[in-house]
Write a protein that binds this ligand. Structure first.
Ligand code: BDR
Length: 318
């Protein structure tokens, strides 16, 4: 099983996989308010029968700016579009969220737990800053965020430069992408990739076909993805289906040959001021003179480098 701590802001692009061991969930401001995303996370866990997973409410806002939400994409509740989301059967946990994440991860065997961040990066940046020893203890961190402008329809989705998760808290993002202790263990799943993996109408139909018993859960997922399709078409004029942003960041942590990733290693800078705030800029290894020199001369006082894996494409072995 792949062991993960999920930091999230649900959100329509929810994920679940039979091979996942969810150590815990923390919620973060983003798609909707903290109260909404936390109640959505609790209800979703009830819907998939995983009521034993602890849920902690994290940061309500970034520490340097006000919170931004996305009701135009996810509705006022953060997960509009279905009447089938159950009332939560579990309560959220109390206590200090960042400390709880730290303690839970440190209980897992060395380098076996991945941190998956599918919302803004405030909690994860706080975790790494407050408890630097957790950075060495985790297996990797997989983040949904960023846009590198490789596709015309994926330059940015909150401004023409910036992807939403990074835009909402660029300073936290920068602190992660510039942490050399994480070098080689960060995966960043940007819009350039997620816009190639869509919940098309065929996917929606397959969810409801008679060859599968149509359970309430399938119907609920169908409702949610249908709502997400509509907002994507209205707001972005993308009519082929909504991107499966967040599940891809989870999938990137699952080892094995079922999914084939073509990754490049890059350095990532985050714009933290001005009109282009939240923009992510990548420098590939072969162009990163400073980086290569830094790595070679590491001990000679050169800047340490943080290499980030960015998938260029993904294919599923069917
Ligand atoms: C990101 O923002 C939200 O709409 C999605 O959940 C995803 O995490 C895409 O920019």
């Amino acid at each position: 099983k792949t062991r993960i701590w999920l930091d999230c802001d649900p959100g329509h692009d929810v994920s679940e996989h039979p091979n996942l061991e969810l150590v815990g969930i923390s919620t973060v401001h983003g798609n909707s308010s903290m109260d909404n995303v936390t109640s959505n996370a609790l209800s979703l866990l009830t819907a998939i029968g995983k009521t034993d997973v602890p849920v902690y409410a994290g940061s309500r806002k970034p520490f340097m700016r006000p919170a931004v939400h996305a009701p135009d994409i996810h509705g006022d509740s953060g997960i509009d579009g279905t009447t089938l989301l159950p009332e939560s059967k579990v309560a959220m946990k109390s206590g200090n969220t960042i400390l709880a994440i730290y303690e839970a991860i440190m209980k897992t065997p060395f380098q076996t737990c991945a941190v998956v961040a599918t919302g803004t990066l405030t909690n994860v940046a706080l975790l790494f800053a407050a408890f630097p020893d957790v950075v060495g203890h985790i297996r990797c961190v997989s983040i949904m965020g960023g846009a590198f402008g490789g596709r015309e329809d994926a330059r940015g989705n909150i401004t023409k430069w910036a992807e939403f998760n990074i835009y909402c808290d660029p300073e936290s993002a920068r602190s992660i992408f510039s942490n050399p202790e994480l070098s080689g263990r960060i995966t960043l799943v940007p819009l350039d990739l997620t816009h190639t993996v869509l919940a098309t109408s065929d996917v929606l139909t397959a969810l409801m076909t008679t060859s599968h018993p149509t359970t309430k859960l399938r119907k609920m997922l169908h409702d949610l993805l249908t709502f997400f399709s509509k907002t994507y078409a209205e707001v972005f004029n993308i009519t082929a289906g909504p991107p499966l942003h967040d599940p891809l960041a989870v999938a990137a942590t699952i080892p094995g040959n079922e999914i084939e990733w073509d990754m490049e290693e890059v350095q990532v800078e985050v714009v933290c001021h001005g009109e282009q705030i939240g923009q992510t800029i990548k420098t590939p290894r072969d162009q990163a003179h400073g980086g290569v020199r830094g790595e070679e001369l590491g001990k000679g006082g050169a800047e340490p480098v943080t290499w980030v894996k960015v998938p260029r494409s993904v294919a599923v072995d069917s």
